[in-house]
Write a protein that binds this ligand. Structure first.
Ligand code: PMP
Length: 443
């Protein structure tokens, strides 16, 4: 490592407190630079970014027009507080609202996904006058207190405050069906019946919102079966419950559409977004709000805000990101790569590797679920933890220059939406070889 990289590492270990980690066990890579689908470390090793960091660099690293837009905005006006109108903020809101369904026209900006979820829940509670919110067990909604309480992922466990105001339900997930379903249609029908029962037993008149990742991401990339989201919408309508679509991870190109919702044709009451809106070049998130919820706060003040809501640097990055995505056909690229290269490549690999229990996804949003036994579906790492076996696979990928995202027994293959066919094939070849290590543990 260069002297500079060594110093960075030592200062990090001495002074930086990292997320979701036991501090003494960490050995962070010093990243010196990045471009497109690659980043590189202090020793000059290049890595293909099959993780898009934390599934957010949808436009790839260092996109030149986005970098330039941030620089231009910084030179003109670095910051202006939320009560003022600002060109970058107005334009970003317009471009977002243009891409959401009709009737969702106003944007409340936050600094990230968890804050977006916090505010969506607050809006829903104030709008309905009801206290409770429902979410899926297999979900991730963020690390702040309300968002983590809504989260079903095991990261909630050590943070759970007793979850006042939250009830959870099982979403559809055919591979590990809670309902004993064998087809997508059956899974959708049974998951809807289960949700309807949860709503009935919780008391519809106490429920403000159902918060649902359109395609649950962190919890396993589980595209919902046809009809499920329409059923959720109908159930919400029946009981005056708001439907909050969490598009923080699935939005802005990830699934090969601007929003994952576009695949399913449902219209929620509130949409949360972050990550891909500006590829995280500057932190940004928000809530797109339907007209009837906006109406609630037409004369009555909305009792919430953030110092940096709609920060001009973040908003300028969002405008440039959405413009580049449109002009360069980046969403279409994600769709094509998913349909023609990534999906077929992963499925073909699954046939050859007994350790692959399931492959699912769309666009550049895929998960490979590793098991010890295909018949029993015993996972290669238990729910809620990693394992020596999983670490072997991940270490082999890294050694050969590819970094996917890992969650328990799953490898998430989530490259930028800009990824090329050649890059995907390079990454898949490395993963293919690494899976031989997992195969050794199968029965
Ligand atoms: N919702 C979803 C669906 C997410 O995937 C995430 C982040 N992984 C969040 C909310 C929280 O976003 P943030 O980390 O920006 O607060």
């Amino acid at each position: 490592m260069s002297t500079r990289a060594t110093r960075t590492y030592e200062l990090d270990r001495a002074h930086v407190f990292h997320s979701w980690s036991a501090q003494s066990t960490l050995d962070p890579m010093v990243v010196e630079g990045a471009e497109g689908s690659y980043f590189w470390d202090g020793d000059g090793n290049r890595y293909l970014d099959f993780s898009s960091q934390l599934v957010y660099t949808n436009i790839g690293h260092q996109h030149p027009t986005v970098v330039a837009a941030i620089q231009e905005q910084a030179a003109r006006l670095c910051t202006i507080a939320p009560p003022y109108a600002n060109e970058a903020r107005s334009e970003a809101a317009r471009l977002i609202a243009e891409r959401t369904p009709a009737g969702l026209d106003k944007v409340f900006f936050t600094n990230g996904g968890a804050e977006a979820v916090e505010h969506a829940v607050r809006m829903a509670r104030l709008h309905t006058g009801r206290p409770k919110v429902l979410s899926q067990y297999r979900s991730y909604h963020g690390g702040t207190q309300t968002a983590v309480n809504l989260t079903g992922d095991p990261r909630r466990w050590p943070n759970d405050t007793g979850t006042a105001g939250v009830a959870r339900f099982f979403g559809p997930f055919l591979y590990r069906s809670e309902f004993g379903a064998t087809t997508e249609e059956e899974e959708a029908a049974l998951a809807l019946r289960h949700l309807e029962r949860v709503v009935e037993m919780e008391g519809p008149s106490t429920i403000a919102a159902i918060v649902l990742e359109t395609v649950p991401g962190t919890a396993g990339v589980m595209p919902p079966p046809p009809g499920y989201l329409a059923g959720v919408r109908a159930l919400c309508d029946k009981h005056g419950i708001l439907y909050v679509a969490d598009e923080v991870m699935a939005g802005f190109g990830r699934t090969g559409a601007w929003f994952a919702l576009d695949h399913y044709g449902v219209v929620p009451d509130l949409i949360t977004f972050a990550k891909g809106v500006n590829s995280g070049y500057v932190p940004l998130g928000g809530v797109v709000i339907s007209d009837h919820v906006v109406e609630t706060f037409s004369t009555r003040p909305y009792p919430g805000g953030l110092t940096y809501s709609g920060h001009p640097l973040a908003a300028a990055a969002a405008v440039a990101t959405m413009t580049a995505m449109r002009d360069e056909g980046i969403v279409e690229n994600a769709a094509r790569i998913g349909a023609d290269v990534l999906g077929p490549g992963l499925r073909e690999m699954a046939e050859r590797h007994p350790s692959v229990g399931d492959v699912r996804g769309l666009g550049v949003f895929w998960a490979v679920e590793l098991v010890k036994d295909r018949a029993t579906k015993e996972p290669l790492a238990p729910y809620g933890s990693s394992s020596v076996e999983m670490n072997e696979v991940l270490t082999a990928c890294k050694r050969n220059g590819v970094i996917p995202l890992a969650n328990f027994n799953r490898i998430h293959v989530v490259p930028p939406c800009t990824v090329s066919e050649t890059e995907v094939k390079t990454g898949l070849a490395v993963l293919d070889e690494a899976l031989n290590l997992a195969d050794r543990y199968t029965v």
